[in-house]
Design a protein around this ligand. Structure first.
Ligand code: PHE
Length: 343
């Protein structure tokens, strides 16, 4: 058979090619288009063709090459299309949907919400303020003398270019913002993140969360404060929880106290968490110093109030016995997923 009719036969053959799967398709590609395939072989034979026939034979070989390529590509598209319809036909529309994994609330948020919930039931409203604050709202309005050690570089994050602008070290700054705008009766809680320049360890972090409370009215007594805090402790840790108040010092309250609760881990018998005392400290509190009221535009001869501040991490540790504070900010899913049931 001469070369020309061989090519004609191959052209007819190519037009009829069929493939029912990828494997067959690949075999066709190898047979016609690979380095040792039919087209390459024809190219080799082409060298021996007489010069006067070269043009015609050349054109036919090129035609065969393009047609083989187009045919094989066409077959590939057909296979793909039929795979898609097949999978659509196999769709089981009655099957239940894939489960969407839900995130869990962070333990700090869980406990913060619980604290907010308890005080809301007692009639406290929520108040909010900026985390980047000025010295006046964090310290001066809160009766910190100019040289008070809490303003020291070790405790406070300062912003270099603006020594007056700091990261708030407590949410008392929100209390002064509320008093500036509102006259008594005031009954607010201020939850939020606060920052202190501390070395990060299992027991300390450079940021943590507080909920501070402020109550200002005409006749407010230390007994009111004590009763509210007792109620809070019993709602949070169970009705058998006991509280005790120890004298303390804060520039913004007078008198000031720290409150302990009976250790809810050992029930007051003594364990390593309460350092075998049966008590754990959970908050600071006191009667608002009249100087704070006056600084914030409230007449201290007419009004008085109490304030308290607690650390959310501390309460969370007590509730869930978390040994290392750093766990709260590591975003380890295994840790966070442990709180799924509490959500
Ligand atoms: N602001 C105090 C602190 O951050 C807590 C506190 C608030 C104490 C209100 C007494 C009264 O440590």
């Amino acid at each position: 058979m001469d070369l020309k009719s061989k090519i004609e036969d191959l052209l007819n053959e190519v037009a009829e090619l069929k493939a029912s799967n990828d494997k067959e398709l690949e075999a066709l590609r190898i047979k016609y288009l690979s380095k040792k395939g039919v087209v390459s072989e024809l190219m080799n034979e082409f060298r021996t063709v007489a010069p006067e026939a070269k043009k015609e034979i050349g054109i036919r070989i090129n035609k065969l090459k393009t047609e083989a390529l187009e045919k094989i590509n066409g077959l590939r598209e057909q296979l793909l299309a039929s795979a898609v319809t097949e999978s659509a036909e196999n769709l089981d529309l009655t099957r239940t949907a894939y489960p969407v994994p839900l995130g869990t609330r962070h333990p700090i948020s869980l406990v913060k919400n619980e604290i907010i919930d308890i005080f809301s039931r007692l009639g406290f409203c929520l108040a909010d303020g900026p985390e980047i604050e000025d010295d006046w709202h964090v310290f001066s309005s809160m009766n910190f003398p100019a040289d008070h050690p809490a303003r020291d570089m070790q405790d406070t994050f300062f912003i270099e270019a603006h020594p007056d602008i700091i990261l708030r070290t407590h949410t008392s700054s929100v209390q002064s913002r509320v008093m500036e705008k509102q006259q008594p009766p005031i009954r607010v809680i201020c939850p939020g993140r606060v920052y202190r320049n501390e070395t990060i360890s299992a027991r300390a972090h450079c940021f943590f969360h507080q909920v501070e409370g402020l109550y200002v009215d005409e006749k407010v007594s230390f007994a009111d404060l004590k009763q509210v805090l007792l109620l809070f402790a019993q709602e949070m840790f169970g009705k058998d929880t006991k509280i005790r108040l120890r004298p303390s010092y804060f520039p913004f309250t007078e008198p000031s106290a720290e409150m302990d609760i009976s250790c809810n881990i050992c029930g007051g018998k003594g364990c390593s968490f309460c350092k075998h005392t049966g008590w754990v400290e959970i908050l600071g509190c006191g009667m608002v110093d009249p100087a704070v009221l006056d600084a914030c535009g409230i007449d201290s001869s007419k009004y008085m109030g109490y304030a308290f501040g607690l650390g959310v991490e501390r309460i969370t540790n007590l509730k869930y016995q978390i040994k290392d504070l750093r766990m709260f900010s590591e975003n380890d899913k295994r840790f966070l997923e442990e709180f799924t049931a509490a959500n």
